[in-house]
Design a protein around this ligand. Structure first.
Ligand code: TPP
Length: 660
């Protein structure tokens, strides 16, 4: 008997799991395809079409489950690229059976948000239990929002930061001479400068990389043809010397023939596969909303039309995931979404500047995340100063800096904190150019991020990379703890010169309260750069915190006090300046615990102990921060890292024991 293949093992599993996964994935038919034969037979085409429909329905179904649970996700990208993925699968099967044209059997994808493809293919190849697909993006399910090598059975690479994959794939090609390496590409990812560098290397080294670029003219913030005129992936790649071939990604015969030609042609080839986003999904076709997760209601309509009654019935049963805990010391009824407020507050500031002066002195640069960073409000109210920059963080940060090159002008910039790591060198050069840049990095830390580790904003202290130079460095990092502190902070730092960084989280943050229940940051509060706030006094020790960890720490110190351990709490919203008054208080304290969501190795806590020692501290010290690869899920990420209220409570208690 021949050894069982991945597909056989998968079909056996499907038989037993048929009741659990209501799309009949066992109907998937393995279809080896020989790239030397560029024409599909009628039977092959029929099988391929049936497989495509099955896989697209499955993607709609299991991504919609995450939507129904409130976990977010992405549907359109993985849905769109099913045809080329399945043809690749056919080539891989052909090669695995001993056919000519060896292929590295990995569906590398530079657009990691299309991870549903990886999970589906891992299931079809028998490496991932099919019923696991029901748990896409769920806490501890090991199916996070972007592929992570070694974390999910069958997932063979990590991706998720756009522009990072092609250079890597070039190296894979160099390490696998004689084999073809495919990479799924996207018009969004190709905007990143890294891709231009990768194109040059691929051409110069004649690497056997084959790009399958889903050229759907959609990214998060809209249509590149609208907001980035002149941008043309095909012409760009041709300019770099690639063999480029464009066609309709939905024309199976043509797509297949073009993919065969790519494999049988030596050297780098880019196939531009043109199609509308979410082709065939009525409510979403051609629409940028198709980039995000499909609404369960839209999925149900679509699946009903496709005769998937069992999948629809399953979706009817899905309910929202569990809500996070509430916290003592803060007001759960008044929660601010600081990342969104950034744009609203900025509008208030811009409204006050006369139009001519505004146009002369301010530019706001978006990197295709305007809705996530609040910049959409600025585009709506002040299009005259708004630049839709595309997915080009490095270039856009430097453009913001160049705009703010002269005194009295400033560039404003926004993206996710994860991508701050991409602009560290640009920050150095902006500083040396004495530029004025106000940068908003949202999605800091790990709270609420089913997108998981590649999207965690952990290394934000890298922005404070200047030299002290006897106090001449004006770089400032701010991470306010609630909406009222955020507002006052932004209003205060707006007119200040130099490089300013303000952080916010994906999650909302509740208002911090005094012991008498009034707001800590009340209407008369005035933010002062470099000043820490004593939220609670303490005699047994202090927790030092900032941002979204502060209200959790406040819950912890409230409970510690009830337990008889009188811990205080400092809110240190200016991250890279030491408030000497507060430092004096901390130096005298028996214990100091820094609690933050930044990287435990590079965050505030990694340097704060040194600053205490310098000033004569003799007590116990520890720092809690993000210290493990992510776990999927939303608010659960903080508990997983030991930086939720319970984790901080425990950390402080341990420190108190060590002190006594
Ligand atoms: C370096 C980086 N910047 C920004 C993002 C956020 N982001 C995720 S997907 C996306 C748009 C992607 O467009 P495209 O790759 O064309 O995918 P499609 O909309 O077709 O699914 C953006 C800006 C990211 N993941 N990585």
């Amino acid at each position: 008997m021949p050894p069982s293949t991945g597909i056989d093992r998968f079909q056996e599993k499907c038989m037993s799991a048929a009741n659990q996964f209501p799309i009949p994935l066992h109907e998937y038919q393995s279809l080896p395809l020989d790239p030397a034969v560029p024409k599909l037979t009628a039977d092959q085409k029929k099988t391929l079409q049936a497989n495509i429909e099955l896989c697209r329905d499955a993607i709609i179904f299991f991504t919609a489950i995450a939507e129904a649970k409130g976990l977010g996700g992405h549907t359109g990208g993985p849905y769109d690229t099913v045809p080329e993925t399945l043809i690749m699968h056919g080539f891989i099967k052909h090669a695995e059976a001993g056919g000519a044209h060896e292929i590295v059997p990995i569906f590398f994808d530079e657009a990691g948000h299309r991870v549903a493809t990886q999970y589906l293919m891992a299931a079809l190849d028998g490496e991932l239990d099919v019923e696991r697909l029901l748990h896409y993006r769920e806490y501890l399910s090991h199916l996070p929002g972007h592929p992570e090598r070694g974390f999910t059975p069958g997932v063979k690479f990590s991706s998720g930061r756009l522009g990072h994959m092609w250079p890597f794939v070039n190296g894979v090609a160099l390490a696998n001479p004689g084999k073809t390496v495919f990479m799924l590409g996207s018009d969004g990812s190709q905007m990143e400068g890294n891709d231009a560098e990768a194109a040059r290397l691929a051409v110069a080294q004649n690497l056997n990389v084959k790009l399958l670029i889903d050229d759907n003219d959609v990214t998060i913030a809209g249509h590149p043809s609208d907001y980035l005129s002149g941008y043309d992936v095909a012409k760009t790649l041709e300019g770099h010397g690639l063999n480029v071939n464009a066609g309709n990604g939905e024309d199976l015969d043509d797509l297949y023939a073009r993919m065969c030609a790519a494999v049988t042609t030596d050297g780098p080839v880019a196939l531009m596969n043109r199609r509308k986003m979410c082709v065939g999904v009525d409510a979403l076709e051609g629409n940028p909303h198709g980039h995000d997760v499909i609404k369960a209601s839209v999925a149900k309509e679509h699946l009903t039309v496709h005769g998937r009654a069992a999948a629809v019935a399953y979706l009817e049963t899905v309910t929202k995931g569990p809500k996070g805990p509430t916290h003592a010391g803060s007001d759960a009824d008044s929660v601010g979404k600081n990342r969104d407020l950034f744009g609203r507050i900025l509008n208030d500031i811009l409204d006050e500047i006369p139009e001519a002066k505004r146009i002369e002195s301010v530019r706001v640069f978006d990197c295709d995340l305007e809705g996530s960073c609040g910049l959409n409000h600025v585009r709506a109210s002040h299009p005259e100063v708004f630049v839709r920059g595309g997915i080009m963080e490095r270039g856009n940060y430097s453009a913001a800096a160049g705009f703010g090159f002269e005194e009295g002008r400033q560039g404003i910039f926004g993206t996710f904190s994860a991508f701050l790591e991409m602009v560290v060198s640009e920050i150095t050069m902006a500083r040396l150019n004495q530029a004025n840049v106000l940068a908003h990095f949202s999605h800091a830390g790990c709270d609420d991020m089913a997108d998981n580790t590649c999207h965690f904003g952990l290394n934000n202290m890298f922005a404070a990379n200047g030299l002290p130079d006897e106090g001449k460095d004006t770089t400032r990092l701010y991470f306010p703890a609630d909406q009222h502190q955020f507002r006052s902070c932004l209003q205060t730092i707006y007119p200040q010169p130099g490089l300013r960084f303000i952080f916010s989280t994906r999650s909302g943050v509740p208002d911090l309260l005094n012991e008498d229940g009034t707001r800590f940051y009340g209407d008369d509060y005035q933010f002062v750069s470099g000043k820490d706030d004593v939220i609670r006094e303490g005699t047994a020790g202090y927790v030092v915190s900032f941002g979204e960890t502060t209200y959790r720490a406040l819950d912890a110190v409230t409970r510690l006090k009830q337990d008889g351990l009188n811990f205080g709490l400092i809110c240190k919203s200016t991250l890279n300046v030491y408030d000497e008054e507060v430092m004096e208080r901390l130096v005298k304290s028996p214990a100091v615990l820094v609690a933050e969501s930044f990287n435990v190795n590079t965050g505030l806590g990694s340097r704060f102990g040194t600053e205490l020692l310098r000033r004569g501290f003799k007590g116990s010290y520890n720092n809690l921060g993000t210290n493990r690869e992510g776990s999927g899920g939303l608010w659960q990420q903080m508990g997983y890292q030991g930086i939720d209220a319970d984790g901080i409570h425990e950390g402080a208690r341990k420190l108190a024991v060590a002190t006594s």
